[in-house]
Ligand binder design. Sequence first.
Ligand code: RM4
Ligand code: MN
Ligand code: MN
Length: 424
Amino acid sequence: MQLEKYKIQQHNDDLLKIHERRLNFAVSEIENAEQIIQKLIDFQIAIPSWALGTGGTRFGRFSGGGEPRVLEEKIEDVGLLNALNQASGAISLHIPWDIPKDAKAIKALAAQHGLKFDAVNSNTFQDQPDQALTYKFGSLQNVDKAVRKQAIQHNIEVIKHGIELGSESLTVWLSDGSCFPGQLNFRKAFQNTLESLEEIYAALPHDWKMFVEYKAFEPNFYSMTVGDWGQSLLFAQKLGPKAYTLVDLGHHLPNANIEQIVALLLMEEKLGGFHFNDSKYGDDDLTAGAMKPYQLFLIFNELVEGMDARGMNHATDLGWMIDASHNVKDPLEDLLQSVEGIMVAYAQALAVDRKSLIEAQAVNDVVKAQEILQNAFRTDVRALVAEARLRAGGALNPLSLYRGLKVRENLIAERGLKTVATGL
Ligand code: RM4
Ligand code: MN
Ligand code: MN
């Protein structure tokens, strides 16, 4: 489905008056509003190719219809999102779920939609039909060298696909670990994993980054070999300057202080990127900002503070990506909501009165410090986010335009009701 520019224009014209009223109020309230708008225009969040279809759980999967059947259609979907919000200008591929057969053509198609290729992701947590050896007992950690070799080879192939598409990073998430005490020698598992990662690292082009993503539990329930930020950081430090830790918000034990983790990883110059999602219990992969918007804001507060302290470019120096799954919502609507939730948290973090916060911290004024943060969090920045979209050529209200244009109905008419996207 093609989204004509004039339709966005029409939608914006209809909403302009009310938007301007809200914007004027926001600008009168927020001192650095113009600066925030500029930063929001630059900020892009990559969309994972596996989040464009219905996710499902181990109990079932309820497809909503019109799901992208092939990579070309996934690119088309991300193109639609980006046309609506002008903030989803990249797609991240999971291989072998999405193998670009004709890389040149795929790259050209993405460019037509104004999209780039973000990190490529390897998959050694599932066995593929044509695969010689099983990952049942782990991949890069496996006690069998031949299995490790196979998993290393896969990662190197993923890098090759990424090079063809213009990606600049590889994300390695491993399900390696153990389900029962005694199953693994932790030290050997770590060392095997490190050696395997070293071989993959050696295959990275000079300007690439490797993101080592951690996860506390699932699918292994006793130990995960890259189970937390400490383990990921150890790997990243041992691997070298191209290796970084990737933080997926859903991959912590309950109540972990993620904002503190982020601050320290940034300090160590080892924070590489993010997988945004939200959760209540575990790796729920819910819409970013749907459950704990204050936590998301606090994370962005540390990101802004820490990146500014190191003179980093917010838009380009870390990898920003959504990693979510949708069981009961239209995936595209959910992704629009996630991007909005992320943008709002980022804008609020930019609105923090940093000078006063530093002063309050210096004299241990706990009440004042809390007031400053909560004041920013309680500021309605949605008009700034909408203004950034408007200036970038997107829609003032992407979700309402998506519904107004009956995008899903159109996709169902084009692709059919019973379509299944590759992914989990
Ligand atoms: C994992 C992890 C990875 C993602 C897979 C699909 O839990 O979040 O980033 O690649 O799921
Ligand atoms: Mn993830
Ligand atoms: Mn996950």
